[in-house]
Ligand binder design. Sequence first.
Ligand SMILES: *Cc1c(COP(=O)(O)O)cnc(C)c1O
Length: 392
Amino acid sequence: MSYLVKNYNRKKISFKRGKGAYLFSTNGSKYLDFCSGIAVNSLGHSNPKLIKALNYQANKVWHVSNAFTIPEGEDLAKKLVKKTFADFVMFQNSGAEATEAAIKAARRYFFSIGNSKKNRILCIKNSFHGRTIAAIHASGSKKMTEGFGPKVPGFDHVEFRNFKPRFPNIRSKIKKNTAAIMVETIMGEGGIKTIPDKCLRYLRKICNEKKILLILDEVQCGIGRSGDFFAYERSKVKPDIVPIAKGIGGGFPIGAVLMTKKVASGMIPGTHGSTFGGNPLAMTIGNTVMDIVSTKQFLNNVKRSSKYFFSNLNKLKEKYPKTIKEIRGRGLLIGIQLYKDQSNFIKKLMDNKLLTIKAADHVVRVLPPLNVKKKEIDQALKIINKVCLELE
Ligand SMILES: *Cc1c(COP(=O)(O)O)cnc(C)c1O
């Protein structure tokens, strides 16, 4: 008997310990974890540097309050600003909180310049921005919003079809009161769909023209997951607001919103807050992840692992053309799109001790830790090959 609410379809398996890319189950099996807690354990399990940072800070001070200056948070904010488009950072605890705070910052900016009617956010239909009441309506999927009415106003949606370099009718969707366009640079839950660089540049152009803000949700694709520190970097586009979470804590809950000086100018004292957000324990761990993941050397290694993984997955696609439809994604945010429902495939991978997770569109999401080793990728490829062979 479980006393947990059944809002998840949990698998029976549990884990007692993890080390690097491996998880050890309570019944004695060793699994290759290419789920990484859904792009969270960026440095794998039991990373010695993260353990050290956690223990160090645990012996000093865990939590104070944002009523006081928190040096660890000042440090992490500075590092994020130095590495990115951002001028300022606001810490939260999760992805949904970060996307919500991003929406608040956008609206507050227009309010602060005397245009409070400009408050609508244009999003992609069936995207994913988290599970809070506002974020589900930003995502605009029936599955997520059904039964949670009344509908939260203020969100418009555009379809994203077939990776077209442009959003065909996005101009007609921008109203007089549109404040921002918010999209995931690479749609994660939606099936690992990358917005092409050309398309991101087009969004930036429209935002400039209409004097509205561009919010790029990098909760899943950010913090090195794409091979660049942020997935948008390759396009040379500069966003106005970027919510992050998942990978930045390496398993410790951290969220944040990065923003330009212009946007931050609206967020005066009292406009937003978070009891836990940016506490010393979280920030010490965030700093440690940041110091490792943001280096050129580390990111180059992610790119190398990615290239190797993709080229071999594409070979499997050629070998099993009736099973695998497409290999998609970027960096170590990888989607294996199947022709059929992927649940059985994922179960068979798990029977063979490889953990993955599903995404929309018949996609098997493969999310190894960012410091995954070549021999671990080889092991995963072998298991994927075996399962494809079984299902042929
Ligand atoms: C996971 C995710 C969120 C929500 O993060 P939570 O920490 O689960 O609230 C928001 N946006 C994107 C793109 C995500 O992948």
